[in-house]
Design a protein around this ligand. Structure first.
Ligand SMILES: NC(=O)c1ccc[n+]([C@@H]2O[C@H](COP(=O)([O-])OP(=O)(O)OC[C@H]3O[C@@H](n4cnc5c(N)ncnc54)[C@H](OP(=O)(O)O)[C@@H]3O)[C@@H](O)[C@H]2O)c1
Length: 295
């Protein structure tokens, strides 16, 4: 299969590319930077979709970039890097003479309203109550290609845990030094997935000829994981204590109140359709996932 991946040079994209190539698929990236096996967004807009069997979009400015202040300009970049790249790919798919068979978009569980009690499946309502939920709604709406034969799949991902990037790369040093701990109360749910499972679900979506609709990209045990449990398990995997909670005000001071919601609140998300679709998780439990990552 020839797969075109927007934002495929990033953390998730590298894992996906490795998996797809190991399964004999050809991968081309759509990127802001030139290079081998890459095309630019401008080229895609100008010349249309290159011949391919499937398209994936992973492009997006890193929301938790600690070097960027949470202001209007950064918010606009967070939105446009997702919505505009998705629109560009959707337009290219809709206009393709030989359309691809599958079109997979990765969004986030920020679609669902944070709660310590509610449990959400792919059928639960959401998408209309704060910045992140509205972002996911417009991102998913941008992917629509009415009339196109391409099968559409949206993977709503939780926090992606893996080596060499993502949230964990910023946490490892404080935890290694024994300075890690839960964020805020630590009671907020922590929806997570191992990077090999997120890449696995995307690959499963590409290869399963009849699969379409929304799949939650979280581990099966994720609904019972709180931020406090995560801190304890990460410390245990590193053989360190996790005694020092990071107060909510400090998280807000570093990230800004609106963005701090991502860390201080969370959703209990169940991968119901993902499991029903026949996907088998490599890392269903947190302790196994963390052992693999920090080993
Ligand atoms: N990592 C997570 O925990 C997590 C959780 C939920 C959802 N997601 C979503 O999954 C997708 C992939 O995540 P990731 O962690 O792999 O992301 P990432 O490594 O931060 O970035 C992915 C790629 O997006 C492109 N990109 C970055 N800023 C851009 C901009 N301003 N305009 C256009 N393209 C831009 C870059 O590709 P080029 O430099 O090649 O252009 C980058 O390599 C993202 O959309 C993210 O929102 C991630």
């Amino acid at each position: 299969m020839r797969v075109l991946v927007g934002g495929g040079t990033g953390f998730v994209g590298r894992a996906l590319t490795q998996l797809l190539r190991s399964r004999g698929h050809e991968v081309t990236h759509v990127s802001r930077q030139g290079g081998k096996d890459r095309i630019s967004w401008e080229e895609l807009s100008r010349s249309g979709l290159p011949l391919c069997d499937a398209v994936v979009n992973l492009a997006g400015e890193n929301v938790l970039n600690p070097f960027r202040r949470w202001n209007d300009a950064f918010c606009r970049e967070v939105v446009s890097s997702r919505v505009e790249t998705t629109k560009t790919l959707a337009k290219a798919i809709a206009g393709a003479e030989q359309p691809p068979r599958a079109w997979v978009l990765v969004t986030g569980v920020g679609y669902y309203r944070p709660s310590t009690t509610a449990e959400y499946t792919e059928d639960s309502p959401g998408g209309d109550f704060d910045f992140f939920s509205r972002l996911v709604s417009s991102w998913e709406a941008a992917a629509l290609t009415p009339g196109s034969p391409a099968r559409g799949v949206v993977v709503r991902s939780g926090v992606v845990l893996g080596r060499g990037g993502g949230a964990i790369s910023q946490m490892l040093w404080p935890f290694r030094l024994g300075l890690g701990g839960p964020l805020g109360s630590g009671l907020q749910p922590f929806p997570w997935i191992h990077i090999r499972d997120l890449a696995g679900i995307i690959c499963h979506a590409l290869e399963s000829e009849h699969l379409q609709g929304v799949l939650n990209g979280v581990a099966p045990s994720s609904p019972s994981t709180s931020n406090g449990t995560f801190a304890q398990e990460l410390a245990a995997a590193l053989g360190r204590p996790a005694l020092l909670p990071v107060p909510a005000w400090a998280v807000r001071a570093v990230f800004g109140a609106e963005r701090a919601v991502m860390l201080l609140e969370g959703q209990r998300v169940v991968p119901k359709h993902t499991l029903e679709s026949g996907y088998h998780f490599i890392f269903p439990d947190l302790s196994g996932a963390l052992k693999d990552i920090v080993a």
